[in-house]
Design a protein around this ligand. Structure first.
Ligand code: S3P
Length: 429
């Protein structure tokens, strides 16, 4: 499906956001391992969390919506999953594959995890290495999925594992495998990344020598519980940027997840001169949430790198759109992880922004973007079948002169099924 976006004169109203993707995956997986029926409020219809839900069902867990739309998952405890009849299909979802692999490594039965063409090209040694160190038998095909995991009869060995990259998926994989280890598993995190798994599992966290140590002891069980998934901050980020760069705009975003390990974009946009206010901050289950208002503002270029990067890793594509519309130069550094996402996001954004007349230099670990103020030109760009690239270019299209077309734009459904409807509804041309 091709989307055509026209230059907007304003963007106003209240954005209807999907539920947080990261928290949704974890709520489904932890509910499946829970002892009894868990209820998940606001579980989304986005394709990635649905992939996790389908995998959970393929493992013999029954899960269905009540008339009120609440997802009920009949957890059976850690050791009562059933062998799947077929390979577990993780679709486009790296989180599904990497977290589920940690759980599968602890099972008595074997399994195969696979996914779509994009997911089958993403690096999986990063999880195979620690799982093998725990004694799991994990085989990859040329470093990638399909992942074959043989069952274990004796449980896993506990390890102390220092994360070689700031990846919440790797961290979570090892922590979930740790539930099946005989002893104490410790994951050491030199650079903090999103912390939903440790929050939701209620793990012990120690701060030692400037590093976080996350601890799972054998015998850690997962109680059945009620989860309420907040609005997705990463989904909100498209509208935070759009509301900033489109003239005469004011957008309201309610019940948005504001976990500090996710919200570095707020600090960066603040440094660029954005007009964003947060009200009604509160805690929903294990997670902070709040209501955000964004209004049009003149942005200036910024330097972003270092420890901030993992806390805005998924927001960098749309940040590069903000940079393209800002006054002056923006440098994004230390973001090489973007090359192994659903597509190579540094390359995709560089190519797409150039197609709209922006001067962009692509480096191994980032981008240098010369802000073009209000002078973006409409043009034809590609989604690269990556939801965040498609939506970022949708935001750019709102300020580009004339029309911007985005090919294969339906991939937005991976995290934000109503994105295009919302964008057209809120924009006045
Ligand atoms: C996620 C972690 C991040 C992020 C992804 C979701 C998670 O990936 O990019 O969208 O839910 O744990 P990495 O762990 O590969 O950085």
């Amino acid at each position: 499906m091709m989307q055509t976006i026209r230059q907007a004169s304003s963007l106003t109203g209240t954005v209807s956001l999907p539920a947080d993707k990261s928290i949704s995956h974890r709520s489904a997986l932890l509910s499946a391992l829970g002892e009894g029926t868990s209820r998940i409020y606001n579980f989304p219809t986005s394709a990635d969390p649905q992939s996790t839900l389908e995998c959970v069902r393929a493992l013999g867990i029954s899960a269905g919506r009540t008339d009120e739309g609440v997802l009920e998952v009949e957890g059976q405890g850690l050791d009562e999953l059933r062998p799947p009849d077929e390979p577990l299909d993780c679709g486009n979802s790296g989180t599904t594959m990497r977290l589920l692999a940690g759980i599968m490594a602890g099972q008595r039965f074997g399994s195969v995890l696979t996914g779509d063409a994009s997911l089958r090209q993403r690096p999986m040694e990063r999880i195979a290495d620690p799982l093998q160190a725990m004694g799991a038998r994990v085989e990859l095909r040329e470093g990638c999925a399909p992942i074959r995991i043989r069952g274990t009869q004796s449980g896993l060995k506990p390890i102390e594992y220092r994360l070689p990259m700031a990846s919440a998926q790797v961290k979570s994989c090892v922590l979930l495998a740790g539930l099946y280890a005989t002893g104490r598993t410790v994951v050491i995190e030199p650079t903090p990344c999103r912390d939903h798994t440790e929050r939701m599992l209620g793990l012990k966290v120690e701060e030692l020598g400037g590093e976080r140590h996350l601890i799972v002891d054998s015998g850690h069980t997962v109680p059945a519980t009620t989860w309420t998934v907040p609005g997705d901050f990463s989904g909100a980020s498209f509208f935070l940027v759009a509301g900033s760069i489109v003239p005469n705009s004011e957008l309201q975003l309610n019940d948005v997840g504001l976990n500090p390990s996710r919200t570095a974009l707020l600090d960066v946009l603040d440094g660029m001169g954005a007009d964003i206010t947060i009200e009604n901050e509160r805690v929903l289950g294990a997670e902070p949430v709040g209501d955000i208002t964004v209004r049009t503002a003149a942005l200036s270029g910024v330097d972003v790198g270092g420890r901030l990067i993992p806390n805005l890793i998924d927001e960098i594509p749309v940040l590069s759109v903000a940079a393209a519309c800002a006054e002056g130069r923006t440098e994004i550094r230390d973001a090489e992880e973007l090359r192994v996402k659903e597509t190579d996001r540094l390359h995709a954004m560089a190519q797409n922004l150039r197609a709209l007349g922006v001067e962009v230099q692509e480096r191994e670990d980032g981008l240098t973007i010369e802000g073009n103020g209000p002078n973006l030109l409409g043009g034809s760009v590609k989604s690269f079948d990556d939801h965040r690239i498609a939506m970022s270019m949708g935001v750019a299209g709102l300020v580009a002169h004339g029309a911007t077309t985005i090919t294969d734009a339906e991939c937005a459904r991976v995290s934000f099924p109503d994105f295009w409807t919302e964008l057209h509804r809120l924009a006045s041309v």
